[in-house]
Ligand binder design. Structure first.
Ligand code: CO
Length: 207
């Protein structure tokens, strides 16, 4: 059997099992979604949003790209953000990086990755801005892990500057933006940075 045929077979088994365990399951989910979270994560196959957070289909709206970047002119990411924040009204936006990220390691090296270099420039910039502290570390993996944390913080800041987030914050106290890093070695999530919606100043009458 081909590997892709196995996927189709496993899908049949999963659908049957799910349906028999909870007969209303597909009916319910097919009516709509109201997830509380938007997840911006790395495309890495080892960091699936639902599995590592113990959540289910319908719980998390997901966008993934190489090294979980928030790039100001990425219309794909911006559209997902706009839909999740303005239409689905998610309460939390989570940027989730991970230690051992191939994209971050590539950005640290001077190797040529062709087309990918255009994307990796965004992490390379974060490296430049924090070069002194990152270069003070000898170990290559530890260096990449620290850059991962700096990058996640930068992506959270980038999010806070988007038009979508600013409009949402003007209207109300939502969403809260979180920067997390996932450990491939222990399966644990760690908070590295977060920005709560700004507390509104009391409104004074304009005289
Ligand atoms: Co990665």
């Amino acid at each position: 059997m081909n590997s892709f045929e196995k996927l189709l077979l496993q899908n049949k088994a999963w659908a049957l099992e799910t349906q028999s365990e909870d007969p209303g399951y597909f009916d319910r989910l097919s009516k709509g979604q109201s997830p509380e979270f938007l997840w911006i994560g790395c495309s890495d196959s080892r960091v699936p949003a639902n599995q590592i957070t113990g959540t289910n289909p319908g719980d998390i709206f997901v966008h993934r790209n190489i090294a979980n970047l928030v790039v100001e002119d990425d219309i794909n990411m911006l559209s997902v953000l706009e839909y999740a924040v303005i239409h689905l009204k998610v309460k939390h936006v989570i940027v989730c990086g991970h230690y051992g990220c191939g994209g971050v390691k590539a950005a640290l090296s001077s190797d040529n990755y062709g087309l990918l270099d255009k994307w990796l420039i965004n992490i390379k910039n974060v490296y430049q801005e924090n070069r002194e502290v990152i270069d003070s570390i000898g170990d290559q993996d530890a260096k990449a892990n620290l850059l991962t944390e700096f990058s996640v913080r930068q992506q959270v800041i980038n999010l806070s500057k988007t038009d979508t987030i600013r409009r949402a914050w003007e209207k109300g106290a939502r969403p809260h933006i979180h920067g997390w890093v996932y450990g491939l070695k222990d399966g644990l999530l760690k908070t590295v940075y977060d920005i709560a919606p700004p507390v509104k100043e009391p409104a004074y009458a304009i005289l």
